[in-house]
Design a protein around this ligand. Structure first.
Ligand SMILES: NC(=O)c1ccc[n+]([C@@H]2O[C@H](COP(=O)([O-])OP(=O)(O)OC[C@H]3O[C@@H](n4cnc5c(N)ncnc54)[C@H](OP(=O)(O)O)[C@@H]3O)[C@@H](O)[C@H]2O)c1
Length: 246
């Protein structure tokens, strides 16, 4: 098993892409901390991870809060003894014309999708560097590479995440910690409920591979970035969009 003896915290793993990643890691031998805001959803993913024979820890925390993120990372470290892998997948996604974009919506997206990465990484990376092994993976979006209209707030957060990841990668490469990014296009998860049916159809039509992505496909890439096999890869952004952005 590729993650045998490793421990991982996956933010936003009560649903969608984060859930698929946490379960893939558990199947590969990792103990996993499951995070989100909904207790019921967290508990159900904890059960699914435990079914692979791994330890699973559910932690309800808002990644937009520095204090809650710090205590989530510290709790994972103390319950599992150490934290090897951090995946930040928690995110909110709205498709909003700029002239309808409110200050609250802007703040929410920037706080969860961008500041959330800082909040979790700030505590986690110090111990990874001390142990001379760590893997950090951020789930962003192709809107951070090729920003579409009506997603200024998402594009700002995801583009910011790309710069953040590359700087941290450069700073911690010599400490044995790699930092990589997966930027998905459309993926079949509950977050797509935030699109109107019309917008979703329009986006799906533009995917050259002819369909939207599956969370399990993103999880395979996350597994690579979380494993020993990717030891020589850091600061990279993997675009997984079925050819939408080339
Ligand atoms: N699906 C796509 O088409 C797509 C495309 C590009 C990028 N992405 C990115 O992929 C990531 C995961 O999205 P998804 O598609 O898996 O959506 P999802 O199924 O809605 O999952 C989002 C997850 O984030 C959690 N979350 C939201 N706000 C949080 C907060 N403040 N603190 C902690 N957890 C929070 C949710 O927890 P609860 O449900 O428990 O509240 C849930 O577990 C996001 O960053 C998103 O921007 C998705």
């Amino acid at each position: 098993m590729r993650l045998s003896g490793k421990t991982a915290l996956v933010t936003g793993s009560s649903s969608g892409i984060g859930r698929a990643i946490a379960l893939r890691f558990a199947r590969e031998g990792a103990d996993v901390a499951i995070n989100g805001r909904d207790e019921g959803k967290i508990a159900s993913v904890v059960k699914e991870a435990e079914a692979f024979g791994r330890r699973a820890l559910g932690i309800r925390a808002n990644v937009g809060s520095f204090a809650e993120s710090r205590s989530m990372v510290e709790r994972t470290q103390s319950e599992f003894g150490h934290l090897d892998i951090l995946v930040c997948s928690a995110g909110v996604f709205h498709h909003t014309p700029f002239l309808k974009l409110s200050e609250e919506e802007w703040d929410e997206v920037l706080t969860v999708d961008l500041k959330g990465l800082f909040n979790c990484t700030r505590t986690a990376i110090a111990r990874m560097a001390e142990r001379r092994w760590g893997r950090i993976v951020y789930i962003t979006a192709t809107s951070g590479i090729n920003p579409p209209p009506q997603m200024a707030h998402i594009a700002a957060a995801k583009t910011g995440a790309h710069g953040f990841a590359r700087s941290i990668a450069a700073e911690f490469a010599s400490a044995g910690v790699t930092v990589n990014v997966i930027a998905p296009g459309l993926v079949d998860t509950p977050i797509l409920g935030n699109f109107t049916e019309e917008a979703l159809k329009e986006f799906s039509r533009r995917v050259p591979i002819g369909r939207i992505g599956r969370p399990e496909e993103i999880a395979e890439a996350a597994l690579y970035f979380a494993s020993d096999e990717s030891a020589y890869v850091t600061g990279q952004i993997l675009n997984m969009s079925g050819g939408t952005v080339i």
